[in-house]
Write a protein that binds this ligand. Structure first.
Ligand code: FAD
Length: 275
């Protein structure tokens, strides 16, 4: 497969987790990703961990590392300092998000939506950063309706984003339709599908309920039918996600972005099936 790929990690907080990420980064580096990205805890819960991890991926592993920045709960000054830190590290790509404020955190910060953050980055750093934003083929869960969400997505691109990565999904048609609709609105930037390989199905099901991704009923039924047969579940999941990737690439997806959850096996099982 010639399609560019990228990998997403979360920032480790303990030495054990750091060792794990080092191993995963070494294994996945062999697949020559275009870049890797590192998530950011909304409200600042990973304010130091994300830059540390980006630094490690960038300098120790020699990967082009893109930090995520979520603006909710942050002030202009804090976000400005973080951007300067990344600029000093030599990062050229940023994934700019709103984030979801953890419950109990009162202060929503200086920015309301990801669009505001994109505008801020463009204003403060002009063309230095390549900015990716998030988008939702199955509609963001807090959006009033699908077309409003699409318009808000377009606003992020108009504010200066260079590309978009989708929330994960398992319905290829939702992606194709979303891309068609975005193109009709005049969005021309690459829209890269976010791919979630399946490692822990019950965890995935819980997470999907809150993040705006649907697991088709027949997949849930199949998973249930395999019971405790872990091998069968893994094989089925990797086959299914590899088929999804094939359909997306054949249908024109410009690249694939893998949510690794700091594990190499589920992603490698999918990619090995794609050749
Ligand atoms: P926005 O684009 O701001 O949209 C949020 C909601 O507000 C949507 O419903 C949108 O329709 C609506 N909206 C936007 N503008 C307006 C407006 N002007 N008026 C009214 N409504 C509006 N979260 C993290 O905390 N850390 C991460 O590292 C992280 N990485 C992610 C990576 C990707 C690729 C994706 C897809 C998501 C990621 N998330 C992350 C999750 C994300 O932060 C949440 O989905 C969050 O709820 C929305 O973020 P956003 O940037 O898409 O928000």
């Amino acid at each position: 497969m010639q399609t560019p790929i990228s990998f997403e990690f979360f920032p480790p907080k303990t030495d054990e987790q750091r060792e794990q990420l080092d191993k995963v980064a070494l294994r996945l580096k062999k697949l020559s990703p275009e870049y890797v990205s590192c998530t950011f805890g909304a409200g600042g819960s990973t304010l130091d961990y994300t830059p540390e991890t980006v630094q490690r991926l960038h300098h120790t592993h020699g990967l082009d590392a893109a930090p995520h920045i979520s603006c909710v709960g942050g002030t202009r000054a804090e976000l400005g300092a973080l951007l300067q830190r990344y600029k000093d590290m030599g990062c050229r790509r940023i994934v700019a998000l709103r984030g979801d404020l953890p419950s109990g955190m009162g202060h929503t910060g200086d920015f309301r939506y990801a669009t505001d953050l994109v505008e801020f980055i463009r204003r403060e750093h002009d063309g230095f950063f390549h900015i990716e934003v998030g988008c939702y083929p199955e509609t963001h869960p807090q959006s009033e309706h699908a077309m409003a969400d699409l318009k808000h997505f377009k606003a992020k691109i108009d504010a200066g984003a260079d590309g978009a990565i989708t929330q994960y999904f398992y319905n290829a048609d939702a992606y194709f339709r979303f891309v068609d609709d975005a193109r009709k609105l005049g969005v021309t930037v690459p829209i890269v599908p976010g791919i979630m390989p399946i490692s822990n199905f019950s965890q995935l099901r819980r997470f999907s309920e809150t993040c705006g991704a649907e697991i088709p009923r027949w997949i849930g039924k199949r998973m249930l039918a395999y019971g405790d047969d872990v091998e069968a579940i893994r094989d089925f999941a990797a086959d299914f996600v590899a088929d999804l990737c094939r359909r997306l690439v054949d249908g024109g997806a410009p690249a694939l972005h893998f949510y690794t959850l700091n594990l190499s096996k589920p992603t490698l099982s999918v990619l090995s099936r794609l050749g």
